[in-house]
Design a protein around this ligand. Sequence first.
Ligand SMILES: Cc1cc2nc3c(=O)[nH]c(=O)nc-3n(C[C@H](O)[C@H](O)[C@H](O)COP(=O)(O)OP(=O)(O)OC[C@H]3O[C@@H](n4cnc5c(N)ncnc54)[C@H](O)[C@@H]3O)c2cc1C
Length: 468
Amino acid sequence: MAERYDVVVIGGGPGGYVAAIRAAQLGMRAACVDSRASLGGTCLNIGCIPSKALLQSSEKFAEAGHSLAEHGISIGELGLDLAAMMARKDKVVTTLTRGVEFLFRKNKVDWLKGRARIAAPGRVAVTDNDGASQDVETGAIVIATGSESIPLPGIAVDEERIVSSTGALALERVPERLAVIGGGYIGLELGSVWSRLGAKVTVVEYLDRILPNMDRELGPALQRLLTRSGVVFKLATKVVDGRAGNDGVALELEPAAGGTRETLAADVVLVAIGRRPFTDGLSLDEVGVARDPAGRVTVDDGFATNVAGIYAIGDVIRGPMLAHKAMEEGVAVIERLAGQKPDIDYDAIPSVVYTWPEVAAVGRTEDELKAAGVEYRIGKFPFTATPRARTNGDTDGFVKVLADAASDRVLGVHIIGPDAGTMIAEAALAIEFAASAEDIARTSHAHPTLNEALKEAALAVAGRAIHI
Ligand SMILES: Cc1cc2nc3c(=O)[nH]c(=O)nc-3n(C[C@H](O)[C@H](O)[C@H](O)COP(=O)(O)OP(=O)(O)OC[C@H]3O[C@@H](n4cnc5c(N)ncnc54)[C@H](O)[C@@H]3O)c2cc1C
């Protein structure tokens, strides 16, 4: 007799493992199928967590090398033990993935180790690494199989000299020259790691600015600051060919609009041109689950696919490919199955680029508001005028608040600056609560904190910032 569950979640990433735990909390019998050796999906194993561990370590290295002297601290000769840095990153990953295993045990969620295939609505076949297969029956199936890196035609990833983000998180040596193809957040974060550790980094981007999906002031501002730290940018440039030889990799570049080619020589090339939904091996066509032209599983507002009893969440459906978005959807899909009516405000989902300074945003960009014909006012405040930024010695960047011209409701907040990723939480709360710029401006902010810059930017919407 096949084991029977109320919910079987396919994929143990932030969307899937959160869904499975929420199901158990609500009294459902839940299983989560994942084929990796450890839970946590892309995010914990090869994404958010290892990248942030290396960003933190490399930032400390850069700080020790360049910025401690102005604080009156001198520390002899600087040394790098890359193996120790990588071992620390691996330990952070192991601790957190084991933490998810612990949560599964605590909540009585079964982890079915293996690859899942949807045999039929209500039936999932799981094949483990030894080839042994078992079928389980379930009331509902939640597809949370995530995403994978998009390959660049003609540039074959070998994870040694031509790497995806996964290889770039595990290099054994600091490359002398690193070429990064793609000026999105993954390329910029991993480019920053290796630049801080001593690599000569060149970022090649097809469009005419980095971070093209963010408010158009942010990319150029970050580019200026990264350029100052030694990163080279080649914008409006396409990679047409790449050859690995004895002396590294030779990339053939061409202006995006056409023109004279040039060669960029690198020891390692990181291909970071984006991610695409991953549904291989699920048998979606056989079961009749519809996908859009981009390969995303099509869902309605309640995450239901076109096949009764099959749902999908996270990177594999529409919307930003972010761990916290996947987690919100993991909770929401299960609560809907339990008859509740949760709602996700996608405008209130922040996005963060963990470079230094960080870049963070929530809500609408100026371009989006213009396209929608919305009248808005702008309040801007620089970190140079923020006392805490001065005490910290981190004064690069600004906060920009966009508010509806008629109602003063906050429509978007865009920050480049120290700890922008932490600061953006206040702005996300403001948008979730439909706050006005005046609500933020009249909220007492502890002094001296970096968040005072957000208060001042909100004051600036009405032309009454105090400290500038
Ligand atoms: C380098 C990098 C850095 C990132 N940094 C951030 C960040 O700082 N913040 C952020 O919000 N997001 C970040 N992301 C994105 C984030 O990792 C994803 O948005 C998130 O992991 C999506 O969660 P998910 O649950 O949808 O899928 P995933 O985390 O991709 O998990 C899907 C899981 O399903 C498994 N699976 C797939 N098919 C099957 C099958 N048939 N049977 C069994 N198991 C299967 C996969 O092996 C995987 O473990 C980063 C991504 C990368 C690559």
